[in-house]
Design a protein around this ligand. Structure first.
Ligand SMILES: NC(=O)c1ccc[n+]([C@@H]2O[C@H](COP(=O)([O-])OP(=O)(O)OC[C@H]3O[C@@H](n4cnc5c(N)ncnc54)[C@H](OP(=O)(O)O)[C@@H]3O)[C@@H](O)[C@H]2O)c1
Length: 287
């Protein structure tokens, strides 16, 4: 393979780091790799990657250094040294505050910092389906957007390095909400002898329908006014109470509908009984 793109370094070759390095290689970037457990580099080296003997040697090998390890403590272990002229792209999951703190550490060591969140599984990396969200100085992102494009569809969210991790938090909360709702629904239907697979067509249609409501809900959440175009919170409350009670009778877990009811009760107590469902955002905005 001809390696003609920007030289890159990948630190961390777990499931995700290995996929990132593989995508850089496929796109023709001279790729240097390092991993604590060296054997995980074997396949990449066979495909043309250069194996560095230490994180410092790997960092010295390329201007663009991608880090993807388990957590921020591991990031601190591998980025222990000078970073002059390097742009560090940290794709390790973490919190916004740790991303901002790491950006300052990298700057003190002479490097530039972009934080990133990978909204994809390793198999999708290197395809347009993989979305990678970045935050940090726009100029740094623009300078490396082409190389980072080898990993998937890149989106720059803003100059604050904490923004990618904040979006990641918001997105996993959304994902858990959908998955918990589906699994809770499957448990309810299981009491009637209906399999989760049989529930699938209705569940997928419902998720699509609710997704179509989001632009209106987003507008209401931003404006702070919640006209009830569909059901009011009081109407939802009645349905939530039925589901909580019936879950008890059926012998299935009622925590999720109880949480929904508790939030709706607080919204109603705050004067939003006749408001639309988007008024619940005020409950989520409280600690
Ligand atoms: N997998 C996914 O689908 C996915 C999706 C989005 C985001 N992510 C994020 O990507 C990151 C990596 O995930 P992964 O799935 O690749 O995990 P993984 O397969 O468990 O790999 C973890 C990596 O971190 C390294 N590591 C851990 N502690 C270290 C330390 N103290 N010093 C040096 N290296 C250390 C491991 O090295 P050894 O090989 O030596 O153990 C390995 O390379 C995580 O932050 C994860 O949240 C993953």
């Amino acid at each position: 393979m001809m390696h003609t793109g920007t030289p890159v370094t990948v630190l961390g070759l777990g499931l995700m780091g290995g996929a990132l390095a593989g995508a850089f290689l496929r796109a023709g970037h001279p790729t240097t790799v390092w991993n604590r457990t060296t054997a995980k580099a074997d396949d990449l080296v066979a495909r043309g990657a250069a194996l560095a003997g230490s994180p410092a040697a790997a960092i010295a090998a390329a201007p663009l250094v991608v880090v993807c390890v388990s957590d921020y403590d591991a990031v601190a272990d591998v980025l222990d040294g000078p970073l002059d002229g390097r742009v560090v792209v940290n794709l390790t999951s973490g919190t916004p505050s740790r991303a901002r703190a790491l950006a300052e550490v990298v700057a003190r060591r002479g490097g530039g910092y972009l934080d990133g969140g990978i909204m994809a599984v390793p198999e999708a990396v290197g395809t347009a389906e993989a979305v990678l969200a970045y935050s940090g100085p726009r100029a740094l992102y623009d300078a490396h957007a082409s190389a980072l494009g080898s990993l998937g569809t890149g989106r720059h969210l803003g100059d604050d390095p904490g923004l990618a991790a904040t979006h990641e938090m918001a997105t996993v909360v959304l994902m858990w909400g959908m998955l918990n709702g589906f699994l809770n629904g499957a448990a309810i239907l299981g009491t009637a002898g209906v399999s989760a697979s049989a529930y699938l067509p209705i569940a997928q249609t419902a998720i699509g329908t609710v997704a179509g409501w989001l632009p209106g809900y987003a507008r209401q959440a931003d404006d702070g006014v919640y006209p009830a175009h569909d059901g009011t919170i009081d109407t939802h409350l009645a349905a939530m109470t039925h589901v909580v009670e019936e879950s008890g009778s059926l012998g299935v877990n009622a925590e999720l509908p109880r949480l929904a009811r508790a939030l709706a009760e607080r919204a109603a107590a705050a004067g939003h009984g006749a408001s639309g469902y988007a008024a619940l955002v005020e409950q989520f905005r409280r600690p």
